[in-house]
Design a protein around this ligand. Sequence first.
Ligand code: AKG
Ligand code: MN
Length: 207
Amino acid sequence: MLEHGPGAIHYPRWLDAAAQERLAFEIAAAIARAPLFVSRLPKSGLPMSVRMTNCGPLGWMSDKDRGYRYEPAHPETGTPWPPIPSMLLDAWAALTGYPKPPEACLINVYSDNAKMGLHQDRDESDFDAPILSLSLGADCRFRLGGQKRGDKTVAFTLSGGDALVLSGPARRFFHGVDRILPSILTPLPQQLAGLGARVNLTLRRVT
Ligand SMILES: O=C(O)CCC(=O)C(=O)O
Ligand SMILES: [Mn+2]
């Protein structure tokens, strides 16, 4: 267990190889029901470099006209998101101890050259609940700052099987993914191979 800042708790290899494969199987099934799509930045309409989908009652998305938000259904199929796999609900209970279950699980798929700029997760009305993130596949260089955009940042590696909890002050910390590290030795589990290099699952309370 590593603490990268107040409330930012990193559990390296929280999932062993067998659990990563079970999770990959569940996520592949979710993607089969809710296909990956590309979100676009508000106003500019520029596409994000990750492809995404969701499971849970609410899913995060963004488009040019209506911006960042949660929706109960897939933007292209109009179908409700598939349920959050029970092993993720168990991980949420074990790692956050939060009394209510997560309402959203964002599935981000990174290709070798995808990244995510420094941002705060602030489209939720519940900031008391922690955020839980789990990673599969390639390592990435993850960057964590403070509650203001200009605050000093630290960078560390997130690997497949790692869990990261952002709670307390860290719930509002800026964060992002600088880059995906070479993935030849750390491929995604077979069930997700071919989709990209790294998959990140972000569980949140929304309402
Ligand atoms: O991929 C990650 O590790 C972070 C994803 C993230 O911060 C987000 O989707 O809001
Ligand atoms: Mn985020």
